[in-house]
Design a protein around this ligand. Structure first.
Ligand code: ATP
Ligand code: MG
Length: 496
């Protein structure tokens, strides 16, 4: 599970940091860097797994194009990526840090840097009893020095591989292509769902043999009530899987005839319910192909599947994390209501760095609603107002936007350029309130002139059909609904 990302010099990121909860939605305009963040994680993944040269494995951009491009001034000659993680090992969670990057050589050609990974110094205190019993103090050295492990120490090597594979090996992009979701796939495929979903039939076949398809079906029926079942079918001669979906009033519909949206929902649920391959799911534009009325329920289902780190029992279950990108106002408003801490707004800003004589456009991030804003709103009794004060449409009138900005919660107000004496040292910088809370004015010496998006505009909220609660029953999940009940409000009907 990824707990924090730090990116410097990669694509649209300069000195960027973001704390990552188990469930995170990245919202922001086109070209704001949402997919670039996934690219950065894919880079770390390839570097740590050493399955491919991460520079060459990049799905978007040639090796030299991955370095941050500046509009004016000194160019960037290296990039550094750091991913802080929590990995489940035995009965405990092992904190770890993966570092990867690349540098431009003297000949101007990029070379990937040696990947490093290391646990924090107090790792022994945090190790599970299982790890301590089995490997004792040696594990500290062993994990820290993963790159320098003595070849002869097979146990150490195995352990180090296990740590890497059970962490970065579980980071998976989810960007399904409906045409590929329809296809047959090999019975020999026991892997997780591929990014394009081309092995969906095999995954469903495996889920069915592991008894996990019923749970998936519960979520599926909640999202698409006409569905009555899924039947994976193995063709013995071809040794390939396909599947039918049982639809009320239509009987068994082969995967080839299913609608794109139905296939997408099944694929996402298959990835979320896979008992053999938990981990980090990086979902691109979750709303693609789905009717808005399905989205809110889908989010609640996802939330019920991701790990709750406040639950002590979470160490006994495979860790699940979902990081998604979205343009959907429904997703944003629903998360704003359910899990405001899960929303992060990405945008771009022009950064002026006089020290390095550099001007460039960079990605900036801020939580849509920080804890501070939440508690302020609670004190003011505003927590019942669940309308989302974000308008994702392009800005048309600066003055109107500025007036609207005054009505936004502080975390959402357009930032002023630094150096005007109005921003304050910890205010602009990276525009990253997650970081600001922790690191204070760490980057306040750079000038950032944000685009200043964000206007007050109530967004039509979708109402759930039922008062169904997420299965986890966590306190934060129940909050808003309990408030409503205490207030004596009758459950409202669906408004479509
Ligand atoms: N090497 C680079 N240096 C600076 N900026 C870059 C670099 N590579 C890509 N970018 C910027 O990143 C943008 C693409 O960002 P990304 O694909 O992450 O956007 P997005 O937020 O996912 O948008 P969408 O919602 O349209 O998918 C490009 O338009 C470009 O402006
Ligand atoms: Mg994108």
């Amino acid at each position: 599970m990824i707990t924090r990302i730090e990116i410097d010099g990669f694509k649209s990121f300069l000195d960027f940091q973001l704390d990552v909860p188990p469930f995170l939605a990245l919202v922001g305009p086109n070209s704001s860097g949402k997919s670039n963040l996934f690219d950065a994680l894919q880079y770390v993944r390839h570097a740590a797994l050493r399955d491919e040269d991460p520079l060459l494995a990049s799905r978007r951009g040639r090796p030299h194009e991955l370095f941050h491009r500046v509009r004016k001034g000194t160019g960037v000659t290296r990039f550094d990526l750091r991913a802080h993680t929590l990995t489940q090992l035995g009965e405990g969670l092992l904190p770890n840090l993966y570092e990867a990057g690349a540098e431009l050589g003297e000949d101007g050609l990029p070379e990937s840097a040696e990947v490093r990974w290391s646990p924090p110094k107090d790792i022994l205190n945090r190790l599970s009893p299982w790890m301590r019993d089995k490997y004792g103090d040696a594990v500290l050295e062993l994990v820290r020095a993963a790159q320098l492990l003595p070849e002869e120490d097979v146990d150490a090597w195995r352990l180090s591989r296990r740590v890497v594979e059970s962490e970065v090996g579980t980071w998976r992009l989810h960007q399904p292509d409906p045409d590929r979701l329809r296809g047959w796939s090999s019975a020999a495929d026991h892997g997780p769902l591929r990014a394009d979903g081309s092995n969906l039939a095999s995954v469903l076949g495996r889920l069915s043999s592991r008894g996990a398809i019923e749970e998936l079906l519960v979520d599926l029926v909640a999202l698409i009530p006409d569905i009555a079942g899924i039947e994976p079918i193995l063709d013995d001669r071809r040794q390939e899987w396909t599947f039918d979906v049982l639809v009320d009033g239509q009987g068994a519909i082969p995967s080839t005839l299913l609608s794109d949206g139905t296939l997408r929902v099944i694929a996402l649920l298959a990835a979320l319910h896979d008992p053999d391959h938990a981990g980090v799911l990086l979902i691109e534009e979750i709303e693609n192909g789905l009717h808005p009325s399905r989205l809110a329920e889908l989010l609640r289902r996802i939330q019920g599947r991701v790990t709750d780190l406040d639950d002590p029992e979470c160490v006994n279950r495979p860790l699940r994390q979902v990081i998604l990108t979205t343009h959907s106002p429904v997703v944003v408003s629903e998360l704003y209501r359910l899990r405001p801490d899960a929303l992060v707004f990405l945008d771009t800003a022009v950064r002026v760095d006089p020290e390095k004589d550099r001007i460039s456009r960079v990605t900036v991030a801020k939580p849509v609603k920080s804890e501070a804003v939440l508690s302020l709103r609670r004190r003011r009794g505003e927590h019942r107002d669940r309308r989302l004060p974000i308008d994702l449409r392009p800005r048309q009138d600066d003055r109107r936007a500025a007036r609207a900005g005054e009505r936004l919660p502080p975390a959402l107000r357009p930032q002023r350029p630094q150096g005007t004496g109005q921003g304050g040292p910890g205010r602009a910088g990276l525009g990253n309130a997650h970081t600001r809370d922790r690191a204070g004015a760490g980057s306040g010496d750079r000038g950032v002139a944000p685009r200043g998006r964000g206007r007050v505009a109530p967004v039509e909220r979708e109402r759930p059909r039922t008062a169904a609660r997420p299965p986890s029953g966590r306190r934060e999940d129940r909050g808003p609904q309990e408030n409503t009940r205490r207030g004596g409000a009758a459950p409202r009907k669906t408004r479509s």
